[in-house]
Design a protein around this ligand. Structure first.
Ligand SMILES: [Zn+2]
Length: 247
């Protein structure tokens, strides 16, 4: 910047002072930027450390149990329709099942679900309100997942350690939240028995397959069908708890 000054010297001095001020302020800015960068790096490292620690013991996600035993696993969800004939069928044929139910359904008919416990079956976690967990914050997911734990532990004398995420929807936050609730496994499925049909993904039913049913009006016929179909393949229902233990 040049000012038309009579002798020019004063203009040089001003320019020099301006340069020093600019240089000093540049240095301050650079120093502040370096401090901010160091803080950002430190924060990132803290987050990474937390994630690394957490991922070390996050619940496993299981859609098929890796086993060569001739077994499959029957799992029944929700609890809306409660047919006593289903209990009779399971009792008569000595078929174990694992339940993933919502506490609202359990509260409507606790005796029905206690009968499954009396047969030796376990009652596991399916959240409080049956949401798509991957649409919720980690905190809200934790409230949904932890909600039934104390209730079921008190009612059934067994603390749940498996979670079936509703609709099979989950994200990393689900696993972090589930871990905080004491969950060891996110249990999905590869086979669906619904409306008188067996649907599989990636080939026929195999040893270790987890089959999903629902407490609906066709549960008895779906269970019967799946039992026959698996028997034809030389497989029989086993207790999922024996293959995915609580500890
Ligand atoms: Zn469900």
């Amino acid at each position: 910047m040049t000012q038309p000054m009579p002798d020019g010297s004063l203009a040089d001095q001003d320019e020099g002072a301006l340069d020093v001020a600019r240089f000093t302020s540049e240095k301050r800015r650079a120093r502040r930027a370096a401090i901010r960068a160091r803080h950002r790096l430190a924060s990132a490292l803290v987050v990474l450390a937390i994630v690394a620690t957490a991922t070390g013991c996050l619940p496993e996600t299981v859609s098929r149990v890796p086993t060569t035993d001739p077994v499959v696993f029957f799992t029944i969800d929700d609890g809306i329709v409660r047919d006593p004939a289903v209990l009779d069928f399971l009792r008569t044929n000595n078929i174990p099942v694992t339940l993933f139910v919502n506490p609202g359904q359990v509260a409507q008919d606790p005796g029905y679900f206690q009968s499954f416990r009396d047969l030796g079956d376990s009652i596991q976690d399916h959240t409080v309100n049956h949401p798509s967990l991957n649409r919720l914050s980690v905190g809200d997911q934790q409230a949904e997942i932890c909600g039934p734990i104390g209730d079921y532990a008190g009612r059934f004398g067994q603390t749940p350690w498996m979670l079936r995420p509703p609709y099979g929807n989950y994200d990393l936050g689900t696993r972090v939240a589930a871990q905080a609730c004491g969950i060891r496994y996110l249990v999905l499925w590869r086979v669906v028995a619904d409306q008188g049909r067996i649907t599989t993904w990636g080939g026929p039913i195999e040893a270790g397959d987890i089959i999903i049913f629902h407490f609906d009006s066709q549960l008895l016929s779906n269970l019967t069908l799946a039992w026959y179909v698996t028997a034809l393949r030389g497989l029989h229902p086993a207790r999922l708890e024996d293959y995915l233990p609580s500890s």
